[in-house]
Design a protein around this ligand. Structure first.
Ligand SMILES: Cc1cc2nc3c(=O)[nH]c(=O)nc-3n(C[C@H](O)[C@H](O)[C@H](O)COP(=O)(O)OP(=O)(O)OC[C@H]3O[C@@H](n4cnc5c(N)ncnc54)[C@H](O)[C@@H]3O)c2cc1C
Length: 421
């Protein structure tokens, strides 16, 4: 069997893998990235958050992304019937980027992987990891090569950035069910989207469907638009037919989506993902760590996946660099706690979205601009800024705000009722 040696073996060349490769290579460590597929390849997860711009810049990868002229995303608009809540990233609590991009992931991921390879990182496509062993002084991985033969890689450390492949969680039995209820998603790229003008054009639209789903509309600079629906599995049973018929009926059944998408044409077969939320028992172990979607994936509602992938991978690379240099590191404190801070902040918002607190806040008749700036920074991905009370005490702050709004709404209803008497 062919064998090779490296300092760090990275499984997967998605955003998490590319960022870690760039950072480790910059510090002169030998990095081998193995990727099961051939790029460009389709993957869902196309709306970025402004915090990702900081992370790409830190890894020296932002210039390559900016050269692609992706659609500029200036914010997020939530719509429910005739109610709207329009977040603009220029109105934020946390100092940081006030825009980001909407990216077809085939192009975005290839841009990152090519930029990393151009710097000299060994990126091998059609190389799928099938086995790992952590006994002994080195980690070893068994890899299937394009011709079907096996390659054995000896590494000082393995970083699992395999996303939905979840290589180490599966091979090391680290998988844990998510605490979130199962949800499904139907999605596709389309043409025929009638977009708003100017700085509104690139904002993501999140539409609350009258029958109990939410929809995304993500416009790209290549003329196509990503559309999708997310709901409990039962929701989709109300829409008979093949996935294309189902998705069309769902999109046109929402008044706001229908305004933009009346003339939609599918530009790819409609895809379905079921029960996408997942978790793991731990984020690291002896000679390995997990980053990106190989850790925990919550829910797409706040487009947090790529931001969390980049942030966890950056953090893992920084801790690993110190470890490889012989410094004592504490993976729990320096890595897992940091990653969980981001995940848990988004978890509070995901829960508040589905239990109705966030829609109540977003569509309140009067919104406090200071609070909305703090919430906007969370939606921009600045979930490590503990000076923001809507980060440091996310759940408690959202709960308290909903109570106040509930009280105001009851008082307004009483006043209206007595005025009517
Ligand atoms: C319905 C839905 C909508 C979403 N929308 C958004 C959104 O708008 N914005 C957002 O930020 N996120 C979104 N996400 C989340 C997003 O898809 C992921 O968080 C993101 O792709 C994670 O990046 P990653 O680098 O961890 O993994 P990936 O991008 O999945 O990359 C992992 C790579 O590892 C490779 N791999 C797998 N197995 C192996 C193996 N055995 N050997 C070698 N290589 C392997 C894969 O081929 C893949 O290329 C969405 C998710 C869902 C389910």
């Amino acid at each position: 069997m062919k064998t090779t040696e490296t300092d760090v073996l990275i499984i997967g060349a998605g955003p998490a893998g590319a960022i870690a490769a760039a950072l480790l290579h910059r510090e002169k460590f030998r990095v081998l990235v193995v990727e099961k597929q051939v790029f460009p390849r389709f993957v869902i997860g196309e709306s970025m958050l402004p915090v990702s711009m900081n992370l790409l810049a830190n890894a020296g990868l932002l210039d390559a992304v900016q050269r692609r002229q992706f659609m500029r995303k200036n914010g997020a608009v939530f719509l429910r019937g005739n109610e709207t809540c329009n977040f603009d990233f220029s109105s934020q609590f946390t100092a940081g980027y006030n825009y980001t991009y909407q990216v077809p992931r085939a192009d975005f991921d290839q841009t990152l992987a090519d930029a990393v390879a151009a710097r000299g990182v060994d990126v091998r496509y059609r190389h799928g990891v099938t086995a790992v062993n952590f006994d002994g002084p080195h980690a070893t991985a068994g890899i299937e090569q394009p011709d079907g033969t096996a390659l054995s890689v000896k590494a000082r450390f393995i970083l699992d950035c395999s996303g939905y492949g979840r290589v180490l969680p599966r091979l090391l039995q680290l998988e844990e069910p998510s605490t979130l209820p199962p949800r499904d998603s139907l999605f596709a790229h389309i043409t025929g989207d009638v977009r708003p003008a100017d700085r509104e054009e690139g904002k993501i639209w999140i539409c609350m469907h009258p029958d109990g789903a939410w929809l995304w509309i993500i416009p790209f600079s290549n003329g196509k638009t990503s559309v999708g629906a997310v709901a409990a599995p039962e929701f989709f049973q109300k829409f008979p037919g093949d996935p294309e018929t189902q998705l069309r009926a769902i999109l046109l059944g929402d008044p706001n989506a229908a305004r933009r998408l009346a003339k939609l044409q599918f530009a790819m077969p409609v895809q379905r993902i079921s029960g996408y939320s997942c978790s793991v028992k731990r984020l690291f172990g002896d000679k390995y760590a997990l980053a990106g979607n190989a850790t925990e994936f919550l829910d797409p509602i706040f487009s947090s996946g790529v931001a969390l992938a980049l942030a966890s991978s950056e953090c893992a690379a920084k801790v690993l660099i110190r470890q490889l240099r012989g410094e004592a590191v504490n993976w729990q404190v320096d890595y897992a706690d940091h990653v969980m801070q981001g995940i848990n902040t988004f978890r509070a918002y995901v829960s508040a979205w589905y239990d109705g607190r966030l829609p109540q806040i977003f569509f309140a008749p009067q919104r406090n601009p200071d609070i909305m700036r703090q919430v906007c920074s969370v939606l921009a991905g600045y979930v490590w800024d503990k000076s923001n009370p809507y980060v440091s005490q996310a759940d408690r702050a959202l709960m308290a705000l909903t109570k106040v709004l509930g009280g105001l709404q009851r008082a307004a209803a009483r006043k209206a009722a007595s005025a009517g008497l």
